[in-house]
Design a protein around this ligand. Structure first.
Ligand SMILES: Cc1cn([C@H]2C[C@H](O)[C@@H](COP(=O)(O)OP(=O)(O)O[C@H]3O[C@@H](C)C(=O)[C@@H](O)[C@H]3O)O2)c(=O)[nH]c1=O
Length: 180
């Protein structure tokens, strides 16, 4: 497995070792000791799977007091996945990292607790999996609008399909003003 650092502190791209043979392929999507050695020293408590159709965008989401670290992979299809630094105290505040994750490249993304996260679907359908370091808490969840000009994310789609909740997410500047 290969680990690549990104522009955001702690956000890592993981290329697992893929064993291909006449039957298909095999790969380990998680192995506690090896991922710990790679810098992902996390206690995972919840596994999630969402399926989305082409053009869907979910995000940008985070939990406020119990932030979730997320270890992400796509088992079917392709997505553009984004971690955004929304912490005003961070040297990379306002920056983001985006990467295509797919069932062809088998890449994984590790997003430590504290970042906002979202993705959009590039294939007809995508099965999106993520392992979290904190339990989901609907009272604690928050978000930033996907098209926030301050983040200026270069999404590979222009007219995404959004949940009603995600359409109404605030801009980062308004979120920070209210949390002061
Ligand atoms: C995220 C989540 C949702 N749900 C429920 C709540 C709701 O009825 C339904 C759909 O929830 P949402 O619309 O919030 O799902 P979704 O928009 O897919 O939310 C996810 O988006 C990505 C980008 C993330 O980073 C995740 O942390 C999570 O926020 O599933 C759970 O039961 N557990 C969970 O962990």
């Amino acid at each position: 497995m290969q680990i690549t650092q990104t522009n955001l502190p702690g956000v890592l791209v993981i290329q697992p070792k893929v064993f291909k043979d006449a039957r298909g392929f095999f790969l380990e999507t998680f192995q506690a000791e090896r991922y710990r050695q790679a810098g992902i020293a996390a206690n995972f408590v919840q596994d999630n799977h969402s399926r989305s159709q082409k053009g869907v965008l979910r995000g940008l989401h985070f939990q406020q007091t119990k932030p979730q670290g997320k270890l992400i992979n796509v088992s079917q299809g392709a997505v553009y996945d984004v971690a955004a630094d929304i912490n005003p105290g961070s040297p990379t505040f306002g920056q983001y990292f985006g990467i295509e994750l797919s069932d062809v490249n088998h890449l994984q993304l590790w997003i430590p607790p504290g970042y906002a996260h979202g993705f959009c679907v590039l294939s007809d359908c995508a099965d999106f999996h993520y392992r979290c370091t904190e339990y989901y808490d609907p009272q604690d969840e928050a978000g930033v609008l996907w098209s926030d000009p301050q983040l200026n994310i270069n999404w590979p789609i222009t007219l995404p399909l959004l949940s009603e909740k995600d359409k109404q997410l605030p801009l980062l500047k308004d979120l920070l003003r209210h949390s002061l």
